[in-house]
Design a protein around this ligand. Structure first.
Ligand code: ZN
Length: 311
């Protein structure tokens, strides 16, 4: 019976807005996406989202849904759903949850969470964390985020911010971080930080992580050094997290992780160096399995938790 339940899922980031209908096995039945408008006007971004969702729901192929789940870039006031996504500057304290509820879920459960949390929940339920009870799901991209599942349950923390591994301190003398702290993992491993460090080391190509990754594959020493530094920082943070939480598996996705060995080789080396206890060393470090629609599956997973108890 439960396989017939579906959720409307929204996945909202600085690059794209995505919407879909997902069944309770995590399968995305229909979906659509548009680029996130580059604008200062909050209403323009909202109008683009409404146009996207309205057209999806107007499609006869789109069936009924029982709840609505939203994954959105942070930070946000949670669970109220006032969002201020770092990469959508037009939205600051934007009441996304209320607006979505008003338009699409007046009589249905509607929930929002950080997009990294949504991804972690999806990978735990249907992807690389399947069958494990203690899972950290990470995204290493323009920022570094994560979500936590412990004892089989999503961990929110007091304010919905549990899992912010990007702000674990990996180098107390390290760079200033956008959070106001210093030496955080994110200040070293986020894409722009990798590019900036490569430039510092003499990289003269395009100052983006994508270009630096290409340079590293071609043997450029500054580019290799930048990825080595980032990978080691992630490895140190993962070893710390695994020791703190006694994890079964750490799933690491996102654009920077998709460079593969460039990040994972120094990452695993640092993990092996710093993970001492056997219970830490047994933690598996793996890539995600769900692919580009994981954000929609994750948003739906949040919604299913509201309508399918003990799912
Ligand atoms: Zn920080």
């Amino acid at each position: 019976m439960t396989s017939q339940v579906a959720a409307l899922a929204l996945d909202i980031g600085g690059t794209k807005l995505a919407a879909g209908v997902v069944d309770s096995r995590g399968v995305v039945l229909v979906h659509a996406r548009v680029p996130t408008p580059v604008t200062d006007d909050a209403g323009v971004v909202w109008a683009a989202l409404v146009a996207l969702v309205d057209s999806l729901l107007a499609d006869p192929a789109t069936g009924r849904f029982a709840a609505v789940g939203i994954g959105c870039g942070g930070p946000m006031v949670w669970p109220a759903g006032l969002v201020s996504p770092l990469n959508i500057p037009a939205w600051r304290g934007f009441p996304l949850l209320d607006l979505v509820r008003e338009r699409y879920a007046r009589t249905k459960p509607c929930v929002i969470h950080n997009d990294a949390v949504a991804l972690a929940v999806a990978e735990h339920r249907w992807g690389a964390g399947r069958g494990a009870d203690h899972v950290l799901g990470m995204v290493v991209s323009t920022g570094v985020g994560a979500g936590l599942v412990l004892g089989g349950h999503r961990v929110d923390g007091t304010s919905g911010n549990a899992g912010h591994i990007g702000h674990l301190i990996v180098d107390p003398q390290g760079p200033d971080c956008a959070c106001g702290g210093r030496g955080c993992l994110e200040s070293i491993a986020r894409g722009p930080a990798i590019a900036a460090y490569a430039v510092e080391r003499g990289w003269t190509g395009e100052p983006t992580a994508v270009a630096v990754a290409t340079g590293a594959r071609e043997g450029n020493l500054a580019a290799i050094a930048a990825f080595a530094r980032a990978g080691r920082a992630v490895g140190v943070a993962v070893a710390s997290a695994a020791a703190l939480l006694d994890l079964d598996v750490v799933i690491i996705g996102g654009g920077i992780a998709e460079t593969g060995d460039l990040l994972f080789e120094p990452l695993r080396a640092a993990f092996d160096e710093h993970a001492g206890f056997e219970f830490v060393r047994r933690c598996r470090i793996v890539a995600p399995e769900l692919g580009p629609r994981a954000g929609l599956s994750g948003a739906a997973a949040l919604a299913f938790d509201l309508v399918i108890p003990q799912h």
